[in-house]
Write a protein that binds this ligand. Sequence first.
Ligand code: EPZ
Length: 432
Amino acid sequence: MKHRLEIETMGKMKVAGPQYANGEITISGSKNSALPILAATILTDEKVILHNIPNLADVNTMIEILENTGKKVTWENSTLVIEKGEEKINSILPYGPVRKMRASFNVLGPLTIRNGYAKVALPGGCSIGVRPVNFHLEGLKKLGIESKIEHGYTNSKFTENNHQKKIHISLPFPSVGATEHLITTAVMLKDTETILTNCAQEPEIVDLCNFLISMGARIEGQGSSNIKIYGTDRLYGTEYTIIPDRIEAGTYAILGAILGGKVTLNNVIEDHLFSLLDIFEKLGIHYEFKNNTLIVSGISKMELTPVDVETSTFPGFPTDLQPQLMVLLSLIPGRSSITENVFKTRFNHVDELNRMGAKIFVESNTAIITGVTKLSGAPLEATDLRASAALLIAALAAEGETVINNVDHIFRGYEKLFDKLEKLNLSVEYFE
Ligand code: EPZ
């Protein structure tokens, strides 16, 4: 089975709406868990077996990066086996794959700890706003890793006795990436106790810590804003199953609320979706949760109540569901609003939705949404992963034909997309 999804040319999707969703699907493993966990496999030469790994463009980019470090990586269905390659681990990475995906920057700390130095490109990623790595570099510095930015690369070096045996790092903002990067580095600082405060509490952080603990690491406080790491000089091979993707689940739940009929989502963890389910309750959307299965039934939007929503770090409402929720709120009579507090300029999808007849205007980091009774099909431009998902849902709800250009972003985060849409009785046409 061809596993590699190389995104060379940007494809298009043609959608004829409105369509109604009815059916049952199973949610895949979490992209935002798989990526930091794959980066952490650099910390051991022993065999690591990871289950429930989604076959996504971003995961294949991370595999490419691991292979460049000298790792041998093999797929067995949705299981990845990561082993030591022939050569000693290589910590000078090519520009291309790292530039392509921001999460790959998290290999810098582990590589520098392993080899004493590393050279990694400054990250790129999707156009949802400015995304510096200053929290990462400032934290790594406290862990004894000096970095210099030259020619688009980060050159880092680790000096063994260049750090205290007790280190306290307080993050200026609970950044997911910086929290993961610092944990994955501090675990290998022998006889060193690192305390991270104001850190991120996302379920993907907990999953990463549980994975590292299964390799022999000592960590406390994961899931809270204070995490303590007791460094060691050796981590072992392991076999681990990652959590399901809460953002994929939230996306299909919102799709079900807009296009349902009845949408049944298997392999969902309720705790990970509380903030969305709270909003469903405020809106008046019917859902049921039992045994890791979420069932969402669509009802007439006329019966729903407008809401004001703020995005924030976990357990608040995730910024990665903001564009999808905006589609739903654009169809609910009355005035709703969404304030974006994580990526303050994450509104690339607004103009596209207004092209379909939505009434949304943005003031500073708040979108004011006046509900309309219907959207109409139009030619659209997708700009990033979650905006693509939002535009696809809008196109399925809209009257008439929509063509979404540059839609391949969507393959970075939604596995087996066409199979799942088919299982929900939805059809789209994809062409290059
Ligand atoms: C992670 O990105 C996710 N990516 C993003 O999901 C998600 O939107 C984001 O967390 C917030 O939840 C992965 O897990 C691979 P941050 P990350 O560091 O780690 C600022 C998706 O669609 N900041 O928590 O890059 C930053 O600019 C993707 O799956 C600094 O200023 O996000 C932002 O405003 C998109 N300096 C805020 O913190 C830093 O050094 C949160 O960013 C780091 C971050």
